[in-house]
Design a protein around this ligand. Structure first.
Ligand code: RP5
Length: 155
């Protein structure tokens, strides 16, 4: 993430990865305040064999795009909700990549962070039986929560 201030937004992604048994590391890395560290982190991601990078940033959110420029590790971009423009700035900064350097972009804020984690797990689930099973259980529990709601239309 681009700043410690993004942590609250990204916490949902960390919680879900832990719940699904997906190992992860957490780093704060700023495209603007620590630009010199981007190439070395991109190289580290490849060296470690990371399956993907979930990059959350807000405002002029250049972190996901710059990481994608430095590595072929898939980058999942999460627009953090900014104070001034409610995350519209973050979203447009992340999603409007030029052709040739893709960033998979998610919804603004906590929903985007959670869905980025679920998307990462879904990619891993194509080859990892344990993650596939954890993801199926998550989905079943999510569906059950709706079915158990006394106001649910099916009752
Ligand atoms: C971005 O600037 C960060 O991703 C964060 O969302 C935003 C504000 O950062 P702080 O000023 O709170 O550190 O780079």
């Amino acid at each position: 993430m681009g700043s410690r201030s993004d942590f609250e937004t990204m916490q949902g992604a960390l919680d879900l990865l832990a719940q699904l048994g997906v190992p992860y590391e957490v780093r704060v890395l700023s495209a603007h305040r620590t630009p010199h560290l981007l190439p070395s982190y991109a190289a580290r991601a490849e060296r470690l064999g990371l399956a993907c990078i979930i990059a959350g940033a807000g405002g002029a959110a250049h972190l996901p795009g710059m990481l994608a420029a430095f590595t072929r590790v898939p980058v999942l971009g999460v627009p953090v909700q900014s104070r001034s423009l409610s995350g519209q700035d973050s979203l447009l900064s992340i999603v409007q990549m030029p052709a040739g350097v893709p960033v998979a972009t998610f919804a603004i804020g906590q929903a985007g962070a959670k869905n980025a984690a679920l998307f990462a797990a879904a990619m891993l689930a194509t080859t990892d039986e344990a993650v596939r099973s954890a993801l199926d259980s998550f989905r079943q529990a999510q569906t059950q929560t709706v079915l158990d709601d006394p106001y649910f239309e099916g009752h």
